[in-house]
Design a protein around this ligand. Structure first.
Ligand code: FAD
Length: 229
């Protein structure tokens, strides 16, 4: 795997422990599309990261720091103007399928990252109807909530958030528990994109199967069992 030098041109906090980074390649261009992932090579190791967005010479990433001294913590210590080593060829199978039928995005935790990119690509292609489902433990971890609500105002996008560890005015419980309602509303014609911790991805797949959604319509990535290629 070869790495290129990129400059960090922007850092924004999106939650108490997650930051969004913009990386600009010093030379060359990125190849790949929304939903795919790059990798970062740092003094603390090499780890894959999905892209929020990819343009010719820049990408957006969103990374949660765990305080374990790993790659995420290395990034957490960086500042605008610092450089990092990044893979310019994006890989991964979680890519946008059809844009002429409904799409349902189901994410947990930082698994929201590639789904944001896919939603942007879907709405840019005038997709007819999307449902964006996102599950977290508590309200302060509802990443990109206002951005997603903004999408709902200007595009045919319905957002559905669910919290598993906090009572609030919205839905509660694991996000896959919302699937019967959603599948009922969009029927089985939709493409379903699922990303997040493996247990949540497996649970969502099982739920979709039980609801009769054909497996060919279900596109998933479970992060901790994926390999960097
Ligand atoms: C295809 C793919 C795409 C990915 N995209 C993203 C992305 O967009 N954003 C992102 O943030 N991550 C993403 N990841 C996860 C990322 O690759 C790393 O696994 C993560 O950043 C942790 O790496 P680290 O070296 O900092 O952690 P390490 O120090 O190696 O920690 C290892 C693991 O321990 C667990 N862990 C440690 N401490 C805690 C804690 N306090 N609470 C909960 N779990 C803990 C985490 O699951 C972590 O992955 C992706 C993974 C894959 C396979």
């Amino acid at each position: 795997m070869s790495f290129e030098t990129a400059t960090i041109t922007g850092i924004t906090e999106v939650s108490p422990d997650c930051k969004q980074y913009t990386l600009e390649l010093e030379q060359g261009t990125f190849t790949g599309e929304a939903g795919q992932h790059t990798a970062l090579q740092t003094d603390n190791g090499v780890k894959p990261y999905s892209v929020l967005a990819v343009a010719e010479t820049s990408i957006g990433l969103m990374i949660r720091a765990y305080g374990t001294g790993g790659v995420a913590d290395y990034m957490d210590e960086q500042s605008v103007g610092d450089t990092v080593q990044v893979k310019s060829t994006l890989t991964g199978n979680l890519t946008l399928q059809r844009t002429d039928r409904p799409a349902v995005f189901i994410g947990t935790g930082t698994g929201i990252t590639p789904l944001i990119g896919l939603l942007q690509a879907y709405t840019a292609a005038d997709g007819p109807r999307a449902v964006f489902m996102f599950g977290e433990k508590t309200q302060d971890q509802l990443l990109y909530k206002s951005l997603l609500e903004q999408y709902g105002l200007i595009h045919p996008v319905e957002t559905r958030f669910s919290l598993s560890r906090e009572d609030w005015a919205g839905h509660t419980g694991y996000i896959q528990e919302q699937l019967p309602d959603v599948v009922d509303a969009v029927e089985q014609e939709a493409d379903y994109y699922v990303c997040g911790v493996p247990a949540a991805v497996v649970a969502a797949k099982e739920q979709l199967d039980a609801l009769g959604v054909p497996s060919a319509r279900v596109h998933t990535e479970g992060w901790e069992d994926a390999q960097v290629t």
